[in-house]
Design a protein around this ligand. Sequence first.
Ligand code: FES
Length: 308
Amino acid sequence: MSGRQSAHRGFRRLQRLTGILLLLSSGVGTYLLATDASLWLLAFSHAVGLMIVVAIDLVLGLYSLASSKSAYLPSIAAAFLGFVLQLGDVFTAPQYNMTIPYFAHYLFGLWAFDLLLGLQFVVVIVGVAARPHAQYLARRKTKGGRDIDYSRRGLLKAMGGFAGLIGVGILLGSLKLTGPAQPGAQGSQTSATTATGAGTGSVANVSNLQIGIPVPFEYPAGYPSSLVKNQDGSLTAVSTLCTHVCCQLSYDAASKVYYCPCHGSVFDLTGKVVRGPASTDLPTVLLRVDGSGNVFPIGVTNPGPCQV
Ligand code: FES
C-alpha cells in the first residue's frame, strides 16, 4: 500500500471515529437539556449555549461521518471549545449563589456531564492523532488532500467562529435574566422586604398571618424566604432556595410543602427535607416580634450551600 493510500485510510478511519464521538456528544448534550430542568430554570443562558454546542456537534458529526475533509479542523475546534466551556461552567457558581467547590461537586456528580466532557476530550485527541495524515495528504496535494486544512491558524479561526456563535447565544439567553433581581445579585443589601400592613422594616404583622399560609419575603435582600404561622401560634421562617442546587422553591398549597421545580425535592413548612435529591434542610431565618406584633428577620441559622 502506498504512503498516500495509507494516509487516506488512516485519516478516514479517524474521521469516522470523530463523527461517531461527536454524534454521541450531541446525544448526551440533548439528554442533559431534556432531563435537567435546573439548566432552564436556573441557568437559562447555559442551556442556550449547550443547545448551540449540541447543534454544532450534530452537524460536524454528520460531516465527519460522510468523510468531509473540511470538517477536520472545525471538529477539533468545537470539541476543544466545548470542553473548555464545560469546565468553565464550574466558575460561574457564584452567579447562582453557590461556592465553586459545591457546584463542581454537583456537576462532576452528573454522569452525563462527565461523559460529555470525556467525549469532547477524546475528539480532540483523535483530531491530534489524525494530524500527521492530514499533513501528509495536504502537502502531497493529493486529490483528497487539497481541501484539508490542518494549520494552527485555521484551528484558531474555527474556534473564534464557534466562540462567537456560542457567545451570542449565551448573551441572548442571559437577557432573560435581566427581569426580576436574581437572588444574591450584586448590590443587594442585607435587609428585609416589608409586607403590606406591617411596621417599617418588618416582613409581616402577626395579626395578619393565617395559620399554615406562608408569606413570602426576602432576607437578606434578594434571597427568597417564607414565613408561616404554626397551629400553636409560633412562627417559622425558612430560606426558599433549594439546598440541592439553589433553585427557587414554590409553595404547594394542596400538600402544604415547598416543592423544587428543578429536580423535585420537597421540604415541609419547617424546612425539613421530605424528599431528595436535596439532603440538607432549608436554612432557618431567625425572627424577632416587637410589642405591636411586627415580625423582623434578624439572622439565618444553618446557612446552606446557597450562601444565605
Ligand atoms: S435544585 Fe435540585 S432539587 Fe432543588
